[in-house]
Design a protein. Structure first.
Length: 229
């Protein structure tokens, strides 16, 4: 007598359940390798790929995500880097800013934010929402961040552009950008130097004492100009 194979309806349902949701690949900027978010995403079953992303830290489906720890959010708010990143995010139809670690560090503490007032932080958050039209998500830690990304991945997938570029800067912005590359030189200090000395050549040629008169002890960093490699 021929024995017919018996098929388990339960195993079949499990197969269908697995096929119901295929997790998309997540593209991650290579500078995020040191964060724990990538390993948490792998634990959740995602395939990840590290690339050099010109804009955003994570790309999943059609969503561009800029991730900041609380400390990085404050520092990039102060030096103006975050404003540029928010402008560059506008190249994506769907984008969000993710601020991680609010349980580990107080976002509004006047004492711990190096002179940044609580209202200045609140005002900047409102600017992100109202001026830049970018939603903000607060997460507890890297595990919580990964879980938010997991939920976002379940949205309907559509192609995300990978050929976005950094915002082109005009002449004045390029000059300021170069100066801001020196540690401790933020937007305001860079503008002071350019308004006083006009060109980068002049800044590198004037005695360090003259620069000190304009920006104080921060001028010490320009001693590097005369150092040999």
């Amino acid at each position: 007598m021929e024995i017919k194979p018996i098929y388990s309806i339960f195993s079949k349902s499990r197969i269908l359940e697995k096929k119901e949701y295929a997790k998309p690949k997540i593209i991650i900027d290579y500078r995020e390798k040191n964060s724990l978010v990538a390993s948490e995403l792998i634990k959740l079953g995602f395939e990840i790929e590290f690339k050099e992303l010109k804009v955003a830290d994570y790309l999943i489906n059609h969503i561009a995500i800029e991730r900041k720890t609380v400390s990085d959010f404050i520092s990039s708010m102060i030096n103006g880097r975050l404003t540029k990143q928010l402008e560059e995010l506008q190249q994506y139809e769907d984008k969000l800013l993710l601020i991680e670690g609010f349980e580990e560090r107080e976002l509004y503490s006047d004492d711990s934010q190096k002179g940044v007032s609580s209202n200045a932080v609140r005002g900047f958050l409102l600017s992100i929402l109202l001026k830049h039209k970018i939603p903000i998500i607060f997460t507890k830690n890297s595990e919580d961040t990964a879980k938010f990304i997991d939920v976002l991945s379940r949205k309907k997938e559509k192609e995300s552009p990978l050929n976005v570029t950094k915002k082109s800067l005009d002449k004045r912005e390029r000059l300021q950008f170069i100066l801001e590359g020196f540690p401790g030189i933020g937007p305001k200090t860079a503008k002071k130097l350019l308004e006083k000395f006009k060109t980068l050549r002049n800044i590198s040629n004037v005695p360090i004492e003259e620069i000190t008169q304009v920006i104080g002890k921060k001028a010490d960093i320009f001693k590097l100009v005369e150092e040999e490699y």
